[in-house]
Design a protein. Structure first.
Length: 493
């Protein structure tokens, strides 16, 4: 028997095959910019004043910049699958990089399918979905060869390729030697073409995903003697429950980093990779402003999740604290958003799918779990009660409101933080009876269902962090041993 989602997918496929009309020419275009592993270290958020992102800040001034925006999952594959399908991880069962989302998310459920069915040309380049699971049929055209795979040789000033699994090194090469330059070129070329119908153009940049290997000049922007380490508490893990300590696993990355004495150099590498990405964002914005589409193109700028650089004794994403879950979100909507606007409401990236449909006059499919933030785009101070919800692996969730964060792990362990008084999340209030009533309010916002992990071989879908995917495969295999063997029903059966 087919599931309701499978039947809905067939129905959507039929409904979206209607012929295009002359009204299509009046529909807004969409420039959909996705950045990999970019946390809240951008200028307009003022979370790290060392960062240099003039072009991202320029984009923020063009529309509405969100200050509290959160991912659906702190891992590339589930975060992107959720955003592009409208299905949260606890609904689809896509929790990790080894889950092949294509097996449970049929094409008619995707964001691109809605736009294609509404008469749009759908184009893409770079990293939109997790690259281990490509489905070219979702696109009218997709860049096949990003170029720059050699990545350039190490700069003479490079010591080596990093510390353990944290990979960073300056390169002796031109900007154009890296794949992101070619990906941006694709976006620029599409903006320079004459399109006979509205377009949805997705540009996905890899950096600052590891390895943080970018040309030497970007490292030179951040001298190590000027680097300031992120907020850090030596005994930060003392009030963290066992499930949280396992997520931090300081023995994997943080302890080796401390022993190496190269923490500041790693920060330098991440900042350099962000600066390289900002350069490409500038190239893309310049092309849009010179194009015939500048006055009729919605810009949606998002990042798949955040990143830890030693906070909570943790590195990478793969956690439910602020650093791993918070990322930039910027919207520019001609005729709606006011330049220089800031929205302090808490949202998550599940709002992107329904908002884009709403703005383009496309009916939001019934399966989509997020809500449109159209009201916040027109009035950033308007009321908004929905929290940000982030899921990491089966039955581990974080709920974030403007003032509080609740983390509930699969085994029942909890963390609870007062974000106004304790923005670094250094004091776990979960067992303090004084906060029981407030914690109970967030508890009601936790998911009411948890689909089993859909499965996948240990190490399958591993990301390349600059070490030939070895570190990621090792992590996936280790964590697979810690998980119970779930049933694996398909969402689309």
């Amino acid at each position: 028997m087919k599931s309701p989602l499978a039947c809905l997918a067939v129905l959507l496929s039929l409904l979206l095959c209607a012929p295009c009309t002359a009204a299509d020419a009046k529909k807004p275009n969409v420039l959909f910019i996705a950045i990999d592993d970019l946390r809240d270290w951008v200028g307009y958020l003022h979370h790290n004043e060392q960062t240099k992102t003039p072009n991202i800040d320029r984009l923020a001034k063009m529309g509405v910049a969100f200050t509290h925006s959160y991912c659906a999952a702190p891992v590339c594959n589930p975060s992107r699958a959720a955003l592009m399908s409208g299905l949260r991880p606890f609904t689809s069962g896509v929790y990790e990089n080894n889950n092949d989302w294509r097996t449970v998310i049929p094409e008619p459920l995707t964001l691109t399918h809605q736009f294609r069915g509404a008469g749009y040309g759908v184009f893409g380049a770079g990293k939109i979905y997790h690259e281990a699971y490509k489905r070219v049929s979702d696109w009218d055209d997709y860049l096949a060869n990003e170029g720059g795979k050699g990545g350039g040789k190490l700069s003479p000033q490079a010591k080596n390729d990093g510390v353990g699994g944290i990979k960073f090194a300056p390169l002796d090469c031109a900007d154009s030697a890296l794949p992101d330059y070619g990906i941006t070129d694709y976006g620029i070329a599409q903006l320079g073409k004459t399109h006979d119908k509205p377009f949805f153009l997705a540009v996905g940049l890899h950096k600052p995903h590891m390895p943080w290997n970018v040309p030497q000049k970007y490292y030179d922007m951040f001298p190590t003697d000027k680097i300031i380490l992120p907020p850090y508490l030596e005994n930060d893990l003392d009030d963290i429950p066992p499930a949280g300590v396992r997520m931090a696993h300081p023995e994997t990355d943080h302890i080796p980093m401390l022993k190496s004495g190269r923490w500041k150099e790693a920060i330098q590498g991440y900042l350099a990779a962000i600066a390289y990405t900002d350069m490409n964002i500038g190239r893309l914005l310049d092309a849009l402003e010179k194009s015939a589409y500048k006055d009729n193109t919605i810009i949606c700028f998002w990042c798949d999740h955040g990143w830890h650089l030693g906070e909570k004794h943790h590195w990478r994403k793969f956690a439910l604290w602020e650093e791993a879950t918070r990322s930039p979100l910027i919207w520019v909507v001609p005729g709606m958003t006011k330049p220089g606007s800031v929205c302090e409401r808490t949202v998550d990236f599940m709002t992107i799918y329904p908002t884009l449909c709403d703005l383009a006059g496309i009916a939001v499919p019934q399966h989509v779990e997020g809500k449109s933030i159209r009201t916040l785009l027109s009035d950033p101070k308007s009321e908004w009660s929905a929290p940000g919800v982030t899921t990491y692996r089966f039955k581990n969730h974080a709920v974030r409101t403007e003032d509080w964060r609740l983390i509930r792990y699969e085994n029942g362990d909890e963390e609870f933080y007062d974000e106004k008084a304790d923005p670094n999340e250094w004091k776990n209030l979960a067992k303090d009876p004084k906060y029981a009533e407030q914690k109970a309010k967030l508890t009601k916002m936790l998911p009411d269902h948890d689909h089993a992990d859909i499965g996948g071989g240990a190490g399958k879908g591993a990301e390349n962090f600059g070490d030939g995917k070895k570190a990621e495969k090792k992590r996936l295999k280790k964590e697979a041993k810690q998980q119970p063997s779930p049933a694996s029903p398909s969402v689309a059966q």
